[in-house]
Design a protein around this ligand. Sequence first.
Ligand code: OAD
Ligand code: ZN
Length: 253
Amino acid sequence: MNADIARALIAEAKRIVVLTGAGISAESGVPTFRGPGGLWKSFRPEELATPEAFARNPCLVWEWYAWRRSLVAECQPNAGHIALARLALELPGRTTIVTQNVDGLHHRAARAVAGRADSAPAYPLEVHGAIHRDRCSGCGRVSDGVTDVDPTSVETLPACVKCGAMLRPDVVWFGEALDPAVIGAAFDAARVADLCLVVGTSALVYPAASVPEVTLQAGGAVIEVNLEATSLSRLARVSLRGEAGKLVPTLID
Ligand code: OAD
Ligand code: ZN
């Protein structure tokens, strides 16, 4: 059975890189981007998630991110996040989690699983940033996200305590470069991994979608967990169809 092959690949791998996307958080109640009910079905990314949109209409952009920030704050990590945190904490240094998600749920799962132990080995490389942080559009200072954003006017939007410029969510927008240190570390982990476990991503957005390709090129194997087939499915050694919150724990626990 495919799941048995996947379990054996995970058990035998010396180094594992995990790439997650919106699908891992779907069962926590965080909307995905491209599937049924996905955010990009009812919102236009060019109006909400580009530097040009922020320059044109920062109130609208902030209204949307403040809504998503409060939505995510109400969500809890699910059994998929918890199982991946266990995998990463079991043998620190063996597993690197790379996530495209900005929801912080991998961090929260890591802290829940580690208890009083060091949760850092299960913290993901967040290649698209984190929605619960702000970054200054002027000096770049990063801070905890403002929770009571008032998007009624430019004057009421959050401003930097250091330089006074407008704050923005600390996420990567379309047309922006990823932090080279973060995506570089993700590719380094992918290169040395004998296994890449890909969970809940349409694998359409680059450069993040290159993570499994790097593992494949270096001779490693790919396991995919997704509700449906993606462009990665035919390259994967094992492609499992189903919900991440149900499937991932059965592969790891
Ligand atoms: P997408 O919305 O493009 O894809 C979500 C994937 O998860 C789809 O392939 C679904 O079939 C799958 N899926 C949905 N629910 C699932 C479940 N319960 N279990 C398993 N799989 C499930 O989201 P991403 O691939 O994460 O970028 O999108 C990549 C990037 O595009 C995001 O990081 C975001 C977006 O624009 C930025 O914001 C920069
Ligand atoms: Zn500043």
